[in-house]
Design a protein around this ligand. Structure first.
Ligand SMILES: Cc1cc2nc3c(=O)[nH]c(=O)nc-3n(C[C@H](O)[C@H](O)[C@H](O)COP(=O)(O)OP(=O)(O)OC[C@H]3O[C@@H](n4cnc5c(N)ncnc54)[C@H](O)[C@@H]3O)c2cc1C
Length: 468
């Protein structure tokens, strides 16, 4: 491998300019992990191409040399996606960040893969348009990472996840050929199968995405945000069910458990919530006349379910205040704990209380701190296990709980990922959901694009490893 690395360095230096190639341990330090920070996999090199041509040259060079390749956006994945589990080359896409075109009439825009969601939001605002998928990592995560993970977000309850908004994908295959599926017109192109759909959620295992055409919507005229507290889980569950099944049809239904509320209230970001209650945040949007009429119905649904302290507003600043506790929770975990794992599963909504109790019982029995904050309307469950991998036994306990949790989720009719993808974190659980024959078929798909599993090996399928 050392000879290969020396060759890789020479080849990469030919493809890249000064500052675009990172090789020293200090330079590589930030690239050995993603949001799943306790699992570290140092790459041998990181390349930061200036444009799509640079990216093509890099893929061709790494392909010819036979080194593993991993595409990386902002590295905010929570499932161990953009990490070099077999070493090799990480291609960081942060410089491919142009918004190339916005078509107000066509309701689409064309963007490069390294553009962040906040960048897209800001660019669309003057046009009165918006791109709905909104992972909480929006200020930093890239559209490339979103498409590769088929990301969700708070407002995906009504608007749908990333796959609903991708009209076209431009991708580079391992050998440098550029392929395009769909385009500004969307649809399926000249094929009877929707090939772009195959790309979405492929977690970097099929090709490197360079460009996308995104479907846009007119920005809602008016938004009302509601915040309520619930004294217990049955009340929270009733409120969620009532909101989700009423024609008032909120765009987002978010829940935080008392353990998470307490974490926020113990921090400098405290907002004054009672520490022993669940926090529910919901929102309605649309034409002013229509949504104004629905305000009372939302309030009534919350009240009838037993929710307390109901507050609501259509004022931008006050709405931010209502969202604040929910929005700061994610960032606090990283500050308060040496390590944390956010599990990501999706369950039929009616089992919410059942599965949360399971999480509490398991974590409490193992002495592991757990807080829950999640997109409850979608049935997305995100228990955050806070632990310290330096304390003997803690990591093993968290991993054992994760496995039992996933088994329970599958028993209840749910599945392994609501929005974060499988990465290397949950590849071992795939057999809980898919039988041997199905897994064989699934593995055959990346093999068509990349016979030797050189692109993002060790992800999604446990056995998908690269043999040079
Ligand atoms: C605080 C916080 C909150 C979060 N909230 C949410 C949420 O609400 N909803 C949600 O869905 N996720 C959430 N996430 C997870 C994460 O932000 C998303 O999965 C996001 O899409 C990752 O984008 P990224 O640019 O960081 O991609 P990365 O983490 O760099 O990569 C993710 C995957 O995409 C692949 N990839 C990246 N770029 C390309 C490319 N150009 N071509 C091919 N493959 C590529 C990588 O190989 C990897 O498999 C959150 C994460 C954090 C830290």
């Amino acid at each position: 491998m050392t000879a290969k690395l020396a060759e890789l360095e020479v080849t990469l230096r030919r493809c890249l300019k000064r500052g675009q190639l990172l090789l020293s341990p200090a330079q590589l330090a930030g690239y050995d992990t993603d949001g799943l920070s306790y699992k570290r996999f140092p790459p041998d090199a990181v390349a930061i191409p200036a444009d799509a041509d640079g990216l093509i040259a890099l893929l061709q060079a790494a392909d010819a040399l036979g080194v593993p390749i991993c595409l990386r956006g902002a590295g905010t994945s929570l499932s161990g996606g953009p990490v070099a589990v077999q070493g090799g080359l990480i291609i960081h896409t942060s410089r491919l960040r142009a918004i190339r075109q916005i078509s107000r009439d066509g309701l689409w825009c064309e963007v490069e893969c390294g553009v962040t969601l906040s960048q897209i939001d800001a660019a669309l605002k003057p046009y009165g348009l918006f791109y709905p998928p909104d992972p909480s990592s929006g200020p930093v995560c890239t559209i490339g990472g979103n498409v590769a993970s088929n990301s969700g977000g708070a407002h995906c309850f009504r608007y749908g996840v990333t796959s609903n908004y991708i009209l076209g994908v431009e991708a580079v295959l391992l050998d440098g050929r550029v392929v395009r599926f769909g385009g500004p017109g969307g649809g399926r192109g000249p094929w009877s199968h929707d090939w772009k759909r195959l790309m979405i959620g492929s977690e970097g295992t099929l090709a490197a995405f360079t460009r996308f055409w995104l479907r846009l919507l007119p920005a809602p005229e008016k938004v009302w945000t509601f915040r309520a507290i619930c004294p217990d889980l049955p009340t929270a569950e009733r409120a969620i069910q009532a909101l989700a099944s009423d024609p008032v049809f909120p765009v987002a239904i978010e829940l935080m458990d008392p353990r998470c509320v307490e974490m926020v209230e113990n921090s400098p970001m405290a907002v004054g919530l009672p520490r022993d209650h669940f926090l529910l945040v919901t929102e309605i949007d649309g034409p002013a006349q229509l949504v104004d009429r629905r305000v009372d119905q939302v309030r009534k649904l919350l009240q009838e379910a037993g929710a307390l302290g109901i507050a609501w507003s259509d004022d931008a600043q006050q709405r931010q205040g209502l969202w604040k506790a929910r929005k700061v929770a994610g960032g606090l975990m990283g500050q308060l704990s040496a390590d944390f794992v956010v599990q990501d599963a999706v369950i039929p909504k009616r089992y919410l209380a059942d599965i949360l109790q399971f999480v509490y019982d398991e974590a409490d029995a193992a002495g592991i701190r757990v807080v829950n904050v999640f997109h409850a309307g979608d049935g997305n469950l995100h228990p955050n296990f806070l632990f310290d991998s330096r304390i003997p036994g803690q990591l093993e306990a968290v991993e054992a709980i994760g496995k039992r949790l996933m088994r329970r989720v599958v028993e209840l009719g749910g599945t392994l990922s609501g929005e974060h993808g499988i990465g290397n974190d949950k590849s071992a659980y795939m057999p809980l959901v898919f039988g041997e024959a199905t897994q064989k078929l699934q593995l055959a798909v990346p093999a068509v694009f990349d016979r030797a599993s050189q692109l993002n090996p060790g992800k999604v399928f446990e056995g998908r490893v690269y043999h040079a």
